[in-house]
Design a protein around this ligand. Structure first.
Ligand code: SAM
Length: 161
């Protein structure tokens, strides 16, 4: 597979999984966490699916497209290893959806990062809440869910508490 093929599969899978997860948590209360703003494409998509004021963005440096930049009071600025524990104190285990897209181009580094971040993320999710991730995560206490139609296995993952 070419890098273009892999990129397209990841984008198509992100969209399919976010659409699916947002529909499943639509009736739940609780915040939505977007981890990794980047250009803001997935944030912009989430805003089309769920109330934008419910969405809190975790990012170490905001550099998104102007159309896809969250309001200041919905940004938790800094390294997620600092801001996620702070969010647990602030929100408790209430997140109805967490989307994590924090990885870069190095698959090995992404996997190491996923192993470190998994136990930090898991306590934030509400019972019945969903986690969508571009990388395989390492949870003892969350169940991996089947992917929706249109998502490519291995390019996106969904977990539920
Ligand atoms: N979802 C975005 C989009 O659709 O445009 C792309 C996100 S990009 C792949 C990853 C982002 O995660 C980068 O903007 C990077 O700054 C952020 N990031 C990576 N590691 C982080 C960390 N430890 N703490 C906070 N942000 C981090």
């Amino acid at each position: 597979m070419s890098r273009l093929d892999l990129f397209i599969d990841r984008m198509v899978s992100q969209r399919a999984c976010l659409d699916h997860a947002a529909a499943l948590v639509g009736e739940m209360s609780g915040p939505v966490f977007e981890l990794g703003l980047g250009n803001g494409r997935t944030y912009h998509h989430l805003c089309s699916l769920l109330p934008p004021r419910d969405i809190y963005v975790f990012e170490r440096a905001v550099a998104s497209h102007p159309d896809s930049t969250p309001p200041d009071d919905r940004v938790l600025l800094g390294d997620v290893f600092d801001t996620l524990p702070e969010a647990l104190v602030r929100f408790g285990p209430t997140a109805r959806l967490i989307h994590a897209d924090l990885g870069g181009h190095n698959a090995e580094k992404n996997d190491l990062f996923a192993r470190r971040i998994s136990p930090v993320l898991s306590p934030l999710l509400a019972p019945g809440g969903l986690m969508v991730s571009s990388d395989r995560m390492y949870f003892d206490d969350l169940e991996e869910m089947p992917l929706p139609a249109g998502a490519v296995p291995g390019r996106c993952f969904i977990y539920r508490r």
